[in-house]
Design a protein around this ligand. Structure first.
Ligand code: BGC
Length: 774
């Protein structure tokens, strides 16, 4: 799908801000409608009438680099775009767990956006990795909403600090590519709130993105673009969002309904067709013009935010951004495994021993460094690991491709494998680059399985048969199955899709120029079938049921006591860290409760390194089923050998709360909470149990409440017990343990309907009134 932009509008360089209220008053109905949809693929519409000029501005993808198309346009990454730094994808950026670094990457993205006369960069994407199969997982940060929200917020702050906007996407419950423009994500409210909306809420509240992009899919049968509850009640009324809501490209099904629901800007252009629908709906009295005015007001406010930077675009330093991309890729790579061979962990490699090294795997010279689709950028440079390894070692390290990554090159697999095995036979250490070919994962479709291609696994087995020191470096956008072949390796470095400087970053890590400090933000399960969404992904007949509820990612593996290949939060270092002196103090209660968590971390190894300290909270006594532990805070600390730092985390009431499905609000239920700190979700280094005084979470009684619920109610329970104490012994239902076991689940209205049982209908009405029921 592409179209040629013949006349690209020039962005007005206005002297001062637009007078929003005057324009809202003076623009015609048609002009106002036009401001709420696109001019073409990437521009908003201008108004060019004398005295009421409104400039057009450009918005472009994407999350980890600028994809500015100046010729043919499309939203699938097909046509070319201007050169821009391809930073590591979100899968890699997420694994850094480093908010300061993401802020710096954001600033660089912002500078490139600004230098290219673009007003809004369409990212970050923070959808939850519900299944490892989602083709777009590489564009998302995590299976956990706290990591997603906080890293998304850091990137937004960085980008927007340069005077350009962001688009937080895809709002919401867009967790697969299969049928993405139509499927209904069928998900209960508690799960939505706790898992799928929390990241958006954190990013909105912490970083105020200039725009939020609604997703293509439906949620419980309603298109996100037309969901008033989502776009207005939750996003604006509850979270206080005041920016523009823009549609994903082509996500609007009914423009008038979308505008009424809170969607301010439809993209891309519809050639005036849907603007005319808006005008007609206002004229027919079907759409309140005040709603259109409000969308226009938000659009003009967005322009006012963008215009100063557009008037002074500035420039960026290509080399500096490339160096930052290398630093970020190195921080995002995760050292999954590093086993001792002859008593010493195989990594880092000694550059001086490079003569005994061989590099195998096509990805070493043809890097897979970004994903396909709307996020695909044209890099300013491209490093490959083979060249970088040769540069660091100063040696022409020998190389064999080992396998093909296209249909044509794979045809020669047997010969390529034989050649690689011969090379490996003479080497002491083989660094083997494996990964998913581009055809396996992309925007637009999901994977069918989690496996590496069979030709690569066969190569690994053949190489391992002749060499005992095999280091595997992975390039993939989301978890792949590792368990079946990890025993053939001495070390595994997960490099993700590391951006244009990923090759250099991998070389830095292999030779200890940098110390790995990335940690998994998604669990690597033993097998696909272990994943919580298995059986409910990607759905059928237009519906996908989020049957696992809140037990997503590690929450599920923990609940089921399942072994995993590598747990959420895992990542090794060339040094070691000790955790001491955990202390947890409670202040306040109920909605004002908060916890202060302090822990001291020491670098106990011989080299400098950084540790990601993770804080988890469990609520074992809750009235609803809650995950055993959930990440609530994290911090990254860099320490010299022997260095020590005390980290302090503040958790608020929300960090202790769950979404009450009946009260439909966040509640802090009193009782014991278990706070753990650790180096991963399964490497907890300290735990403390604290008691928190909760709030009243008694749901209102109704005729359908059960006897047990009524007895647990402070007022109704007392009335029933008193009444029972006064029975003359002739009651058919004495209130004792046995009776409760039998009748505890009976609704009050059923009890009242039985002759002679506890109370009649008139008494029930009085009971409900006394207990405060509406
Ligand atoms: C993608 C968005 C992207 C938009 C514009 C859509 O297909 O889902 O993430 O920003 O295209 O390219």
């Amino acid at each position: 799908m592409s179209n040629e932009n013949t006349a690209t509008p020039t962005t007005a360089r206005t002297a001062g801000p637009l007078d929003v209220e005057r324009l809202v008053q003076e623009l015609t109905l048609e002009e106002k409608a036009s401001l709420t949809s696109g001019l073409d693929f990437w521009h908003t519409q201008p108004v060019e009438r004398a005295g009421a000029e409104v400039p057009a501005v450009m918005v472009t993808d994407g999350p980890h680099g600028l994809r500015k198309q100046s010729g043919a346009s499309d939203h699938l990454g097909l046509a070319n775009s201007v050169p821009a730094t391809c930073f590591p994808t979100a899968a890699a950026l997420g694994s850094t767990w480093n908010v300061d670094l993401l802020d710096r990457v954001g600033k660089a993205l912002g500078r490139e956006t600004r230098a290219n006369d673009v007003a809004v960069l369409l990212g970050p994407g923070i959808n939850i990795k519900r299944s490892p199969l989602c083709g777009r997982n590489f564009e998302y940060f995590s299976e956990d909403p706290v990591v997603s929200g906080d890293l998304g917020a850091a990137l937004i702050r960085g980008i927007q600090s340069q005077g350009v906007g962001t688009s937080l996407k895809h709002f919401a419950a867009n967790n697969q590519e299969t049928d993405r423009m139509r499927v209904s994500a069928d998900v209960d409210e508690r799960t939505l709130r706790e898992i799928y909306l929390t990241g958006f809420e954190r990013a909105v509240k912490k970083a105020s993105p200039w725009t939020v992009m609604c997703s293509y899919n439906k949620i419980n049968g309603t298109y996100a673009s037309q969901d008033h509850w989502l776009l207005t009640e939750v996003l604006r009324d509850e979270w206080g969002y005041d920016g523009v809501v823009v549609s994903d490209w082509g996500a609007v099904s009914d423009r008038v309904a979308a505008l009424a629901a809170g969607l301010d800007l439809e993209m891309p252009a519809t050639g005036g067709r849907t603007d005319a629908q808006v005008v007609a709906a206002v004229r027919a009295g079907e759409l309140d013009e005040a709603i259109l005015d409000q969308a226009v007001r938000r659009h003009l406010t967005l322009l006012n935010r963008a215009l100063p930077a557009l008037a002074e675009p500035g420039a960026f330093d290509v080399a500096e951004h490339h160096a930052l991309a290398r630093e970020a890729a190195a921080e995002g790579a995760v050292l999954l495994r590093n086993e001792p061979v002859d008593g010493t962990p195989v990594l880092p490699l000694d550059p001086a021993a490079a003569a005994s090294l061989a590099v195998v795997g096509e990805f070493a010279r043809s890097p897979r460094y970004q994903g396909a689709g709307s996020s695909q950028v044209q890099p300013t440079r491209l490093d490959d690991a083979l060249t970088e390894i040769r540069a660091i070692t100063g040696t022409e390290v020998p190389f064999a491709a080992g396998f093909g990554i296209t249909a044509e090159t794979s045809a020669a697999d047997d010969a390529l494998r034989a050649e690689a095995v011969e090379l490996a036979r003479g080497a002491e250490t083989v660094v083997l680059f494996l990964g998913l070919p581009a055809s396996h994962e992309s925007e637009g479709f999901d994977r069918d399985d989690m496996d590496l291609p069979a030709n690569q696994v066969a190569l690994l087995e053949a190489v391992a048969a002749v060499c005992s020191r095999v280091v595997v470096v992975l390039a993939n956008g989301s978890a792949v199955t590792i368990a079946p072949w990890q025993h053939h390796t001495a070390a595994i470095l997960e490099g993700w899709l590391g951006g244009q400087a990923g090759g250099g970053a991998v070389a830095d890590l292999l030779f200890g120029v940098r110390n790995p400090s990335g940690k998994l933000t998604e669990t690597v399960p033993l097998r696909l079938e272990d994943n919580a969404s298995y059986g409910n992904f990607p759905g059928e007949f237009g519906h996908v049921r989020y049957g696992e509820g809140v037990l997503v990612g590690y929450r599920y593996y923990d609940a089921k006591r399942m072994d995993v290949a590598f747990p959420f939060g895992h990542g090794l270092s060339y040094t070691t860290f000790a955790y001491e002196d955990l202390s947890v103090t409670v202040s306040g209660e109920g909605p004002t409760a908060s916890l202060t968590v302090d822990v001291t971390v020491t670098n106990t190894g011989a080299v400098a390194g950084a540790e990601v300290v993770q804080v988890y909270v469990g609520d074992p006594q809750a009235a609803v089923e809650r995950p055993e532990r959930e990440l609530k805070a994290f911090g990254k600390v860099e320490l010299a050998p022997g260095g020590t730092r005390t980290l302090s985390f503040e958790l608020d009431a929300r960090d202790l709360s769950y979404w009450h499905p009946v009260l439909r609000r966040w509640v802090v239920e009193g009782g014991e909470f278990v706070v753990s700190v650790g180096a991963s979700s399964r490497d907890l280094r300290g735990s403390a149990a604290v008691t928190v005084v909760g709030e009243d979470i008694t749901p209102p009684l109704t005729p359908s409440s059960t006897l047990s619920e009524a007895l647990a109610h402070p007022v109704a329970g007392e009335i029933i017990r008193t009444a029972m104490a006064q029975t003359d012994g002739t009651s058919a239902m004495p209130l004792d343990e046995g009776m409760l076991a039998l009748a505890g689940d009976m609704p009050l209205r059923v009890i009242a309907a039985f002759d002679g049982m506890l109370f009649d209908e008139a008494q029930l009405d009085r009971l409900l009134a006394a207990s405060g029921a509406a």
